[in-house]
Design a protein around this ligand. Structure first.
Ligand code: ATP
Ligand code: MG
Length: 459
């Protein structure tokens, strides 16, 4: 007989107890326990684990004896996507794609399914959220037609498994993991135990049956994938879809990758025909690359392996209330207030009575200190209502004494921006060694040592 009981599961690490706790004894997070009903059906669960064990025992092989087929990565042809995965989809991997509602997860995955099917790969798209009719409707809109894509509207794991056995696809898409459930676990789909068990099963299918599986996961308000954190530990790769939903472009970021580098981003634009790759990102991030305006400084920050030119805008206006306002978008607030303090102390500009706002256009977020000097320059330029004579890329980390520190990979940043048509650069003096021999048409590099040197360049 199946017995049901109530357990409390930690949404961060999956730890379970029989009573509610304020703090998780395992991962030490507070208020992470949720109540769940589970059915303990010993026989069933044992047979499931037994199967796992017996097959893995037989499969132990010597490292040198492992046979690897030559083509272990499949390229989708969507370059932005292939790049963040480290050069294509690694075979037999489990890839989690997370993102806020409506950001375009299903759209992207359907486009990927299309590319894979065009390469003759069989794809099984399992949706727990949409009917085949709705999926067909989307594929019509995206202009996708394929006899190699199979659609299945199903949420029960057992039935999904039998469909996988019957159809025998190379690629499987689960949209979304929060809707899939095991019947013998009585907790509701999306609960910690369900997500953990279904993911473990999918992992088993991926590694033992040789399937590549994409899992789509919803994101909670706090920005983490709904469900236990262990979901992220279990899968091979975690990709997050970012970007303001009202913004017209989306960033796909790699958070974890067992088969490639992390912190790569892919940039897409949402159009009526689906997500399109954005290859010339500068066009999206820069509002005016011809003219230079007061309150604007350009800089270059690394997003993964690419140096992107970005525009930092500042607005400085007299405070109407007692307390001056400080607002930063896209830049770490603490670094922003640090720049304001350095301006007040070292450049003697009275910002105490001024509201200061800073923004990186395009919804990009930058944490690199390499953009410090650009942030500072944008504020100074807004305050003095002065601009650079020509669009200028400003690079440099600012120290507490107003000294400008060198920036890593400076040559790559300058070269990338120069290729995009920027000729004027302000960089730290201490980077001169690595830039001294750099030649380029119309290339003008100015070196600065202290923050006060920035005044010479604003007109
Ligand atoms: N006819 C259309 N023309 C242009 N864009 C559309 C059209 N229909 C949908 N979209 C875009 O597609 C987005 C929804 O994409 P999609 O369904 O792939 O998101 P999702 O991340 O899978 O959402 P959910 O979490 O609800 O499953 C919408 O926000 C909208 O921007
Ligand atoms: Mg969807």
């Amino acid at each position: 007989m199946a017995k049901s009981k109530t357990v409390y599961s930690c949404t961060e690490c999956g730890f379970q107890t029989s009573r509610w706790l304020g703090q998780c004894p395992e991962c030490k997070n507070w208020n992470t326990f949720v109540e769940e009903t589970v059915v303990t059906e010993k026989k069933n669960s044992r047979s499931r684990t037994n199967k796992l064990h017996s097959s893995s025992e037989n499969l132990a092989v010597g490292l040198d004896d492992v046979q690897v087929s030559r083509e272990h990565r499949t390229k989708t042809g969507i370059e932005e996507f292939d790049r963040i995965l480290g050069g294509g989809i690694f075979q037999d991997s489990l890839i989690l794609i997370g993102g806020e509602p409506g950001i375009g997860k299903s759209t992207l995955i359907l486009q990927i399914a299309d590319r894979l099917s065009k390469k003759g790969k069989k794809v099984l798209y399992i949706s727990g959220e949409e009917s085949p009719g709705q999926l067909k409707d989307r594929s019509n809109r995206l202009g996708i037609k394929s006899s190699e894509i199979f659609l299945l509207s199903e949420i029960e794991m057992k039935k999904i498994e039998s469909a996988i056995t019957t159809i025998d696809p190379s690629f499987i898409i689960i949209d979304s993991i929060q809707t899939i459930y095991f019947e013998e676990l009585e907790s509701i789909p999306g609960s910690v135990s369900q997500i953990r068990e279904t993911t473990a099963r999918l992992m088993y299918i991926a590694k033992n049956l040789g399937k590549t599986i994409f899992i789509i996961g919803h994101i909670t308000k706090g920005g983490i994938i709904a469900g236990p954190r262990i979901l992220e530990h279990m899968v091979d790769t975690v990709l997050y879809f970012e970007g303001d939903r009202d913004n017209y472009f989306r960033l796909l970021r790699s958070i974890k990758n067992r088969f490639g580098t992390t912190n790569e981003i892919g940039i897409f634009e949402m159009t009526g025909n689906g997500l399109e790759e954005v290859k010339d990102i500068s066009g999206v991030l820069i509002s005016d690359s011809e003219n230079s305006l007061p309150g604007v400084a350009l800089s270059s920050a690394f997003e993964g392996s690419r140096a992107l030119v970005m525009e930092i805008q500042s607005l400085v206006s007299p405070t109407s209330f007692g307390m001056p306002r400080r607002l930063s978008t896209g830049i770490d607030f603490n670094r922003f207030t640090l720049m304001i303090a350095i301006i007040e102390k070292k450049l003697h500009l009275p910002l105490q009575t001024m509201d200061v706002f800073i923004n990186i256009t395009g919804g990009i977020k930058v944490i690199e200190p390499a953009v410090d000097l650009a942030v500072l320059t944008a504020i100074v330029s807004a305050f003095k209502d002065q601009a650079f004579p020509e669009p200028t890329i400003v690079l440099g980390e600012v120290g507490l004494n107003g000294e400008i520190r060198p920036v890593s990979r400076i040559e790559d940043r300058v070269k990338a921006a120069h290729r995009q048509g920027y000729n004027n650069f302000i960089v730290p003096l201490r980077n001169k060694k690595s830039l001294g021999n750099l030649k380029g048409e119309n290339l003008k590099i100015n070196y600065v040592k202290y923050v006060s040197h920035i005044f010479q360049h604003l007109k």
